[in-house]
Design a protein around this ligand. Structure first.
Ligand SMILES: Nc1ncnc2c1ncn2[C@@H]1O[C@H](COP(=O)(O)OP(=O)(O)O)[C@@H](O)[C@H]1O
Ligand SMILES: [Mg+2]
Length: 374
C-alpha cells in the first residue's frame, strides 16, 4: 500500500492540500497579466502551488511556461534551461515545435531527445560564441508565441534568486527592460532565499525594483491540514483524534513539509487498522529524528565552534534576544559582534531564519536533534 503522505517532491492531485484562496488569487493575477513575486522559506509549497495554478490556467487556454532556475549556475546554463522550457510550453506536435524554435531562437540548434514514448528538445551551443544575442532572442520568444497565437501567457521562474549568482547583471537588466513591454504576459518570480529575493525586488539600485505584486506564501491553514490528515488516515482505517492531530500540528508548527514527514512515519507505524495514540506520535518523532540523524551530523560537522554554540543556544530558547548580555553570557557566546557574524553565516546556510524580530532554527527536527544531543 502506498503511503498517502508525500514529502520531498512536488505534490499534486489527492496529495495536494487546500490552498484554495491562494490558487484563486494567483489564477486571477495571471488572467490579468499581473507580474507576481512569490516568496517563502523553502518547502512551504511554492512549486506545488504554482504547478496546480498552471494546470488551471492552461485549461482556460493560457500558454504556460515553467522554468526551474535552481540548476542555472551560470548565464549559459540559464539560456539552455530557458530555451528548454520554451520548447516545452509551445503548443503543437514535434514538427510544429521544431519549426517555431527555428523561428524564435534561430541561433541555437536543438537536439531532439526520445524519452520513452515522448520527445523533448535539449539545447546546447558552441561555448566560444558570444551569448548576448541568445539572451536577446530568448527574452522575447514567449511574447512572439503569445502574439502569434493571439493568447495571453504566463512564465514562471522558480528559484529566481539564482540569477544573483551570475558574473554580471546582464540577464537581470535585459529581463526587466524586455518584460515591461509584455502586456499580454504574466511573469511570476518565485524564490526561497528570502534575503536574496528581497535584495532583487526591494533594492532601488537593482533592475527589478518595484516590478510586481508581492505574494508572501504562508504555511497551510491548520484546520485544512487537520482535515487532510484525518481523511488520509481514515481512508486506511486508522483513527486519529483531535488531541493527537494537535500534537502533530504543534510538533511541526503547521509547516507543510514537516507535517507530511511526521504523518508519513506515523502512517508506517500505525498501518493496519488501529487508533493513533500520543505515544505513537512520540515514537514517530523518535524514528524520524534517528532516520535524519546522519544528515544532521554531516551539517553539524561543517559548523565552527561558535556556530555550534549558537545553534545550541537557539535550540533551547524561544525567540531569544540574541544580542542581549544575558543570552550571550548564559551560553558563553562572547561578543555581540562575533555573534552577528556567526548568525549571518547560519542565515546564508539557511539553517537559521529571522522570525518575529528574533532568530530561529529553520528545520524543526534538526532543532529537536540538537536539543536531545547537545
Ligand atoms: N498544498 C500542499 N499539500 C500537501 N503537502 C504540501 C503542500 N505544499 C507543500 N507540501 C509539502 O511540502 C513539500 C515541499 O513542497 P514544495 O512545493 O516543493 O515547496 P517549495 O517549492 O516551497 O520548496 C512537499 O513535498 C509536501 O510534502
Ligand atoms: Mg520549490
Amino acid at each position: 500500500m502506498k503511503n498517502p503522505f508525500v514529502y520531498g517532491e512536488t505534490v499534486s492531485g489527492e496529495n495536494f492540500c487546500n490552498r484554495t484562496r491562494e490558487i484563486k488569487e494567483l489564477v486571477a493575477d495571471i488572467i490579468n497579466c499581473q507580474n507576481v513575486i512569490i516568496f517563502s522559506p523553502r518547502r512551504y509549497g511554492k512549486t506545488s502551488l504554482i504547478k496546480q495554478v498552471l494546470r488551471k490556467v492552461k485549461a482556460k487556454g493560457i500558454l504556460t511556461f515553467y522554468i526551474d532556475l535552481y540548476p542555472a549556475i551560470n548565464k549559459r546554463k540559464f539560456i539552455e534551461i530557458y530555451a528548454g522550457a520554451i520548447s516545452t510550453g509551445i503548443p503543437g506536435g514535434v514538427r510544429q515545435i521544431a519549426k517555431k524554435i527555428k523561428e524564435y531562437l534561430p541561433r541555437i540548434i536543438p537536439k531532439v531527445v526520445m524519452d520513452g514514448q515522448s520527445v523533448h528538445f535539449e539545447f546546447e551551443f558552441d561555448r566560444t560564441l558570444n551569448i548576448s544575442p541568445h539572451i536577446d532572442d530568448l527574452l522575447v520568444a514567449v511574447k512572439k508565441v503569445a502574439d502569434q497565437k493571439k493568447k495571453t501567457a504566463v512564465v514562471v521562474f522558480d528559484e529566481f534568486q539564482e540569477i544573483a549568482n551570475f558574473d554580471d547583471d546582464e540577464i537581470e537588466r535585459k529581463m526587466r527592460s524586455a518584460f515591461q513591454n509584455h502586456r499580454n504576459i504574466s511573469y511570476i518570480f518565485m524564490g526561497s532565499k528570502t534575503h536574496l529575493m528581497r535584495d532583487i525586488f526591494n533594492n532601488p539600485n537593482r533592475p527589478f525594483y518595484k516590478s510586481g505584486k508581492h505574494f508572501p506564501l504562508d504555511k497551510i491553514d491548520q484546520k485544512e491540514l487537520s482535515l487532510f490528515a484525518k481523511k488520509k488516515f481514515s481512508d486506511q482505517n486508522i483513527v486519529i483524534s483531535r488531541n493527537e492531530l494537535n500534537s502533530i500540528l504543534n510538533n511541526t508548527e503547521c509547516h507543510p513539509y514537516y507535517f507530511q514527514m511526521l504523518c508519513h512515519v506515523l502512517w508506517e507505524l500505525c498501518m493496519g487498522s488501529r487508533v493513533i495514540t500520543e505515544a505513537d506520535v512520540d515514537e514517530a518523532l523518535d524514528i524520524l529524528i534517528s532516520r535524519e540523524s546522519s544528515v544532521y551530523v554531516a551539517i553539524w560537522e561543517e559548523l565552527t565552534i561558535k556556530q555550534k554554540n549558537l545553534m545550541v543556544a537557539l535550540a533551547n530558547e524561544e525567540y531569544p534576544e540574541v544580542f542581549s548580555k544575558m543570552f550571550l553570557e548564559t551560553y558563553g557566546l562572547g561578543s555581540s559582534s562575533s555573534i552577528q557574524k556567526a548568525l549571518k553565516r547560519l542565515v546564508i546556510k539557511e539553517l537559521v531564519q529571522q522570525k518575529n524580530g528574533s532568530y530561529v532554527i529553520y528545520d524543526l527536527f534538526f532543532k529537536k536533534w540538537i536539543q536531545c544531543t547537545w
